[in-house]
Design a protein around this ligand. Sequence first.
Ligand SMILES: [Zn+2]
Length: 336
Amino acid sequence: MISLKLFFDFISSINTFSANRGASISSPRERMNRQTFELLILGSSSATPTSERNPSAQLLNIAERFFLIDCGEATQIQLRRFKARFQSIDHIFISHLHGDHFFGLPGLLGSMHLLGRKQAINIYAPKELKEIMDVVHKNSETRLNYPINWVFTDKGFNLLFEDAKLEVFSFPLKHRIFCTGFLFREKPLPRKIDKYILEKLDISFADILSLKAGQDVVNKNGELIKNKEATLDPPAPRSYAYCSDTIFDPSIVDYVKSADVLYHESTFLEDQVERAKKTFHTTAAQAARIAKEAGVGQLLMGHFSTRYPDLEGFLEEAKPIFANCLLATDGKKIKI
Ligand SMILES: [Zn+2]
């Protein structure tokens, strides 16, 4: 028995193909038919905030599911300021336990409680964060209206979350304390059926599903239909890699290879390269070398030291090494 969902997925895949016949994979029409994959920068400062830059936090929207990545102080104010959907966040990823990456969490969880949240929230973080939050809630006699599902990050490359369309991994970063990056990656889409060829083939509905899964089929007349003759490649899966605080570390390249967008901390300029090494941070030029080596589509730089009121120097130092780079300043939206 074929489910209704499979049937509608099938119809929609044919319609999508018909609309795009002859269009290249990256055409605006093709993009329009793809699920949302958009990043909002909520904070871009390192250590302490400035009047224009908040500590680290980003909101990733994938198909109207909202993933918060790090939660520096005042993240909830930034969510309000940039009109993000506060209660739609169901997943929070914390890279490490330096305050500028999680001090916003008690306030955010408290506001979600006061605003009547009932659905569970999933937090992916070093295990000590649960101890910290337990102490906060115990001593303030707070009982949240909703459960927290904790998933603890660990060494190595680990799958933290997956559903039908997406998977999220953590990977190790070298910082003064335990720290991980996160990789968000779409799952491969099924192959697209060529409606015009399909009309000429005498095949069953089950055969169509086999074609979408990449298999060859034999039609009712006993003829072999090669998959490549009846289907087209789907759009390539997209990915976003988040490299939180880290010393310059070429071993990161393996984890972020070919990501469409790489966020890499760029705390300092070359004038502070020794300081960067001593404090386990990275310069703009070093971040650009990682982006180049990994062959990513675009580099986003952030976590800027407050010693730099003007950020143009970050672009000046990174661009000669990796041209397609952007500053991840507060409020910026990036389509992936
Ligand atoms: Zn740190």
